[in-house]
Design a binder for this molecule. Structure first.
Ligand SMILES: [Zn+2]
Length: 232
């Protein structure tokens, strides 16, 4: 095989890989993807809080109804003229009134702590809303920046790809296939020289039998890193 042609191909391909990496490792991409998750989380959180708030409002209405009923009943008893009541009736009324006052005060306490709970849910709802809006804004900004870069780089990559495609016809299809497979697996460079007695990619020392085979065939696949070692 003509190693020079392969190395030319690999060299030009490296220009493509650099551009692809630039896109892949873009901070804007990283941030907008993170923000997409934050937005999703905030949406879920906000949906859950909305459900919780709905439940709380129902519970509150129920408690308020009980409270109003107790207050009304208490008012009715108190408004009765004590002079019209017999002694035992009066005793019962006093004890019932005391019970009601106790029950009303308990309900009042419950309502107050309930109101606190409602407030904390509302506050959480607000902060979630804010987190959602901030993340949404950041998402849009960084996505736009990434897309601007991508719109600039993708045609460049495409152009270079067309150019190196012309070189493929001069490369042994078996090697080309091995090359493409390893490239896909993010191995690069793929063709590396023999350096002393080691693989020029991973620097693993090769047994002398392998070196003999390499010298005989002109190439050898590194068992450690799968790169193709050539004899320079
Ligand atoms: Zn290796």
């Amino acid at each position: 095989m003509d190693i020079k042609k392969i190395l030319d191909y690999q060299k030009q391909d490296f220009e493509i890989i650099k551009l692809e990496r630039k896109l892949d490792e873009s901070q804007d991409k990283k941030i907008y993807q993170e923000m997409r998750n934050v937005v999703k989380d905030a949406q879920n959180k906000s949906n859950n809080l909305e459900k919780e708030a709905g439940e709380l409002i129902k519970q509150y209405a129920e408690m308020k109804k009980n409270y109003d009923m107790e207050v009304k009943a208490c008012g009715e008893i108190v408004s009765k003229d004590p002079k019209s009541l017999k002694v035992d009736e009066l005793d019962k009324t006093v004890s019932k009134t005391n019970q009601m006052i106790e029950s009303i005060s308990l309900l009042e306490k419950k309502l107050m702590s309930f109101a606190e709970h409602v407030n904390s849910v509302l506050a959480e709802f607000d902060s979630t809303r804010k987190r959602y809006n901030d993340a949404r804004k950041k998402y849009t900004e960084h996505k736009e920046a990434y897309e601007a870069m991508s719109n600039k780089l993708l045609p460049e990559i495409e152009k270079l790809k067309q150019e190196i495609k012309k070189l493929e016809k001069d490369i042994d299809p078996v090697f080309l296939q091995k090359y493409k497979q390893r490239r896909q697996d993010k191995v690069f460079p793929i063709f590396v020289p023999l350096v002393d007695k080691t693989c020029g990619g991973c620097r693993m020392e090769l047994p002398s039998a392998s070196i003999d085979r390499l010298k005989q065939n002109g190439f050898l696949e590194c068992e450690h890193c799968r790169r193709i070692i050539y004899n320079q």
